[in-house]
Design a protein. Structure first.
Length: 232
C-alpha cells in the first residue's frame, strides 16, 4: 500500500513528537515534517506536498484556521485533521466550512487518532478506486467523515434528534468516561465551558437512551440534585 505522507503543525515540540510517534504506529502513515508556525508550515506544505496535515489552531505565529483557509484558497491537494484544544462551536464550524475531515480535541488517546487515520484511509481508497462513484460509495464517504452521526460503534449510524449533535455528544461522553465520581449538570457544564441548559439537554438524551446513569444527591439541605455517570 502506498505511503500516506503526513505533515504536523503543532506549537509544542513535545506534543508534535508524541503525535508523530502515534501517527506512525498506524500503517501506512509516515510523518515527513513538522512546523510550529504558519508561514514555515505553508512553505513546507508547498515543498513537500503531504497527503494529510495534522493541524493545531493555536500557534505562536499565525493561526491554524488561517492556514487551513489558505490551503483551501490555494487549492492545495491535501486533507486536514484538526488536533487542538479549541472546542467552541464557532471554531469547529469554521473548520467544517473550510473542509476539515476530522476534529480531535486535546487531550486525546491513540485509539481516537487511530480511528481518524483509518477512516481517512477508507476515504482515500474509495476516491482512488475510479472516476465515478455509486450512491453506496457516497454514503460510505459520508460515514467516514468527522461530522457524520457516528455512535460508539463506527459501523452503525445513529439517528440523533434535532438539537443533538454527535460532536458535542461524544465530547460529553468522553469527559464522563474519565470521571471517577458522579457529577451534577452544573459541574459538567463548568468543566466543559458549556451552558448548563445545553449540557442538561444532552444528559437527558443520554439518560433516556441508557448511555449514562443518574443518581440523586440529597446533600445536607434543600432539593436533591441529579448526578450523572457512566457505569464502568
Amino acid at each position: 500500500m502506498k505511503t500516506v505522507k503526513v505533515y504536523i503543525v503543532e506549537d509544542d515540540p513535545m506534543v508534535a513528537d508524541i503525535n508523530k510517534r502515534m501517527t506512525e504506529k498506524v500503517y501506512p502513515f509516515k510523518v515527513i515534517g513538522t512546523s510550529s508556525e504558519e508561514t514555515h508550515a505553508l512553505e513546507q506544505i508547498y515543498k513537500l506536498k503531504p497527503d494529510l496535515i495534522l493541524l493545531d489552531i493555536y500557534l505562536p505565529s499565525g493561526s491554524g484556521i488561517h492556514l487551513l483557509q489558505t490551503i483551501r484558497e490555494q487549492e492545495l491537494t491535501c486533507d486536514v485533521v484538526l488536533i487542538t484544544a479549541a472546542k467552541d462551536t464557532g471554531t469547529i464550524y469554521k473548520t467544517m466550512r473550510y473542509g476539515a475531515i476530522d476534529y480531535i480535541i486535546k487531550p486525546f488517546n491513540l485509539e481516537r487518532l487511530e480511528k481518524s487515520l483509518k477512516n481517512y484511509l477508507k476515504l482515500r481508497t474509495i476516491l482512488d478506486n475510479g472516476e465515478e462513484l455509486s450512491q453506496e460509495d457516497i454514503d460510505r464517504l459520508n460515514g467516514n467523515t468527522a461530522f457524520s452521526n457516528n455512535n460508539h460503534d463506527s459501523n452503525k449510524q445513529e439517528n440523533l434528534p434535532k438539537g443533538v449533535h454527535s460532536l458535542t455528544l461524544n465530547h460529553i461522553i468522553g469527559f464522563l468516561l474519565k470521571q471517577e465520581q458522579p457529577l451534577s449538570c452544573q459541574q459538567i457544564a463548568d468543566a466543559l465551558s458549556m451552558s448548563k441548559i445545553t449540557v442538561w439537554r444532552y444528559l437527558e438524551y443520554l439518560a433516556e437512551n441508557n448511555k449514562v446513569s443518574m443518581e440523586l444527591d440529597y446533600g445536607a439541605v434543600g432539593r436533591p440534585s441529579k448526578k450523572y455517570f457512566i457505569a464502568k
